[in-house]
Write a protein that binds this ligand. Structure first.
Ligand SMILES: O=C(O)CCC(=O)C(=O)O
Ligand SMILES: [Fe+2]
Length: 252
């Protein structure tokens, strides 16, 4: 408890004193028209290390292998090992606390240009994902909620895959996802990532995927956040509910 309290102080101090207003302004502009931006500057190394240590420990304790495809995203492949929100909250301490930390919400809101809220649907608050077998990937999809903050813990060099691609300005029609149509309709951006990076994405209007990993290993924690309009909207949660309900290795 004391340790996590000290961590909170460091986070607050960093956000109050070490983040340059110019960094926020530039990132906010990029985010507004590209639908994604690196925000690695918003968290001090001490917090990145504490989150990485917890991700590594939880993957050792509780990772579950999943190989799935969903009609709602044109059967794009998901091949990965996950630790769910419930397991993270039960077995961990740091991630649970960082997720709702005021300095994090303040930074995210500044970059997004609108209030960013914790996700009202618990299973989508945070999830750990490890890509480690040849061909592991998080295929093309949108997320239900407006924002995702992804912390990169481990990532292979781009030669071996594991980078992110995205198409901002696209929307998810769950009955007719038409992913290929979205891919040819607008530019695809590719983002090289390194351990210690964080990025924010507007995931409900930015089609995105992780390019299959062929060597090495990629570990991330994805924290999902809601916009103000998400809080008053009715959602269906098909893909996430199926992801967590299906037995490991099951096919949908
Ligand atoms: O691994 C990533 O960088 C993205 C993860 C993602 O899109 C998700 O968990 O919904
Ligand atoms: Fe996503």
């Amino acid at each position: 408890m004391l340790e996590s309290h000290a961590l909170y102080q460091e986070l607050q101090h960093h956000v109050d004193h070490d983040v340059a207003p110019d960094d926020i302004a530039t990132t906010r502009r990029d985010f507004s028209y590209l639908g994604h931006a690196k925000v690695s500057f918003m968290v001090p190394d001490s917090v990145k290390t504490a989150v990485a240590d917890e991700v590594n420990a939880l993957l050792d304790k509780a990772g579950t292998r999943r190989e799935l495809q969903f009609a709602e995203t044109d059967f794009s492949p998901r091949r990965m090992r996950n630790v769910t929100r419930a397991e993270i909250a039960r077995l961990g301490t740091v991630i649970n606390e960082i997720y709702t930390a005021e300095p994090i919400l303040r930074m995210l809101s500044a970059v997004a240009g609108e209030p960013v809220h914790p996700c009202p649907y618990e299973p989508e608050q945070f999830v750990i994902t490890c890509l480690e077998q040849d061909g592991d990937t998080h295929g093309w999809h949108w997320d239900d909620f407006a924002f995702a903050l992804v912390w990169v813990i481990e990532c292979p060099p781009v030669e071996h895959g594991g980078f992110v691609q995205c198409v901002p300005g696209t929307t998810w029609n769950k009955q007719h996802p038409e992913i290929n149509r979205a891919l040819v309709s607008r530019p695809i951006y590719s983002m090289e990532l390194f351990p210690g990076d964080l990025y924010l994405m507007r995931t409900n209007t930015t089609l995105h995927r992780v390019v299959p990993v062929h060597e090495g290993r990629r570990k991330i924690i994805n924290m999902g956040y809601a916009s103000a309009s998400d809080l008053t909207r009715d959602f269906t949660h098909e893909t996430m509910d199926q992801l967590w309900a299906t037995a490991p290795g099951g096919e949908v």
